[in-house]
Write a protein that binds this ligand. Structure first.
Ligand code: NAI
Length: 336
């Protein structure tokens, strides 16, 4: 009998329980044995119990080292700090990896997108250090360290080498933020010199956005500081069919949390309409991380074949179909 893995499960807010439940069903249908250790985090937990990120959730993550997480909601302009940012900072999950790939059968302007976003996850403007200097004037600190910038650059280049990728491109704004983005660039350049087999280049981010939208096939791995990585993830998602089809993972030295790029989608939450594919794909990344490659490949083959056939009843509305979350998941399980 195969090994039983222990994975911390955080269902999250909004569409979180719907898409995470769908991905769990698929993973279980492959026969991989996972003991799900359910822990709480997010806005709904806060409303019931007065805390957004219990220490017991962080402890479980430290102990079991792998987690599968749904999106968690963060109030805008007030209220608690983002649970995601807290988890990433507290557990040093410094690298977000988001593979953005064209999928046959999902019509978009491009058919050849193969970009991987590597986002620094713990620093930059997400330090959460903001204060009012005098009434009407606020200050928000962008923290960039040599250690953090070097660490994420090394991650990106090693990822490129192990995955047979060819090029790392940094998007930056060091013409304006000469010291902070300048330091990020210096570190990336230094690390690039140690990896001569990988091509390295840089673009100012505003130009970078235009170039990505004009011809995404030029790009391979995008190495980005925190805020730029966040924004570029959604921009790139739109090139391949939207947030419903882009998975993600957050890696530290020892820990890994797998979660889609999308948020809690309050506009469709509870309606059974959410596309669970991003969560399922994040589950595939997790299975690979757990060395369950055959199961990961089975799921991947199943959704690739199903989407390529293009039946409206086998795809959710966000990608032009008529299926709800459950119908899509049932159809996919049949394909396994
Ligand atoms: P969002 O990603 O939740 O939604 C943006 C748009 O994409 C909405 O129209 C939504 O319906 C659609 N969408 C997203 N995922 C989808 C799916 N799986 N299937 C079909 N349609 C989908 O972004 P928004 O509205 O900016 O944020 C909502 C909440 O989510 C906020 O509280 C935000 O802080 C949180 N959030 C959490 C993240 C996480 O936990 N990793 C990431 C991004 C946002």
């Amino acid at each position: 009998m195969s090994t039983q893995h222990e994975v911390v499960l955080i269902k999250g807010d909004g569409i979180g329980p719907e898409v995470i439940g769908a991905a769990q069903r698929l993973i279980e249908a492959t026969g991989v044995r996972i003991a799900w250790i359910e822990r709480q985090a997010g806005l709904e937990h806060f409303e019931k119990h007065g805390e957004v990120l219990p220490e017991s959730t962080l402890d479980a993550l430290r102990q079991h080292t792998v987690a599968f997480k749904g999106p968690t909601a963060t109030p805008i302009g007030k209220g608690h700090r983002s649970v995601n940012v807290q988890i990433r900072q507290k557990l040093n999950l410094f690298a977000a990896v988001r593979p953005v790939r064209s999928i046959a059968g999902i019509p978009t302007r491009y058919e050849n997108v193969e970009v991987v976003i590597v986002r620094e996850n713990t620093e930059g403007l997400y330090s959460g250090i903001e204060h009012e200097v005098v009434p009407g004037v606020v200050e928000s600190l962008k923290i960039v360290t040599e250690a953090g910038s070097t660490r994420i650059a090394e991650f990106a280049f090693k990822y490129a080498e192990t995955r047979g990728r060819k090029r790392v491109t940094v998007f930056h704004k060091a013409n304006i933020m000469k010291m902070s983005d300048g330091l990020f660039l210096d570190c990336a350049r230094r690390v690039a010199k140690q990896h001569p087999s990988i091509e390295y280049n840089e673009l100012i981010i505003d130009n970078g956005c235009m170039q990505v939208v004009r011809d995404p096939s030029r790009f391979d791995i995008l190495l980005l500081e925190n805020l730029y990585g966040d924004i570029m993830s959604d921009l790139c998602a739109a090139l391949v069919g939207g947030l419903g089809v882009v998975p993600g993972a957050n890696f530290g030295d020892r820990l890994a949390v797998f979660e889609s790029v999308h948020g809690s989608a309050p506009d469709i939450a509870g309606k059974g309409l959410a596309n669970p594919l991003a969560a399922i794909m994040s589950g595939v990344m997790m299975l690979n991380h757990l060395n369950e490659t055959p199961a990961a490949d089975r799921i991947k083959r199943a959704y690739n074949a199903m989407l390529a056939e293009g039946k409206p009843e086998e795809r959710t509305r966000d990608i032009g179909g008529t299926a709800g979350t459950a119908q899509f998941t049932d159809a996919l399980i049949k394909r396994l």
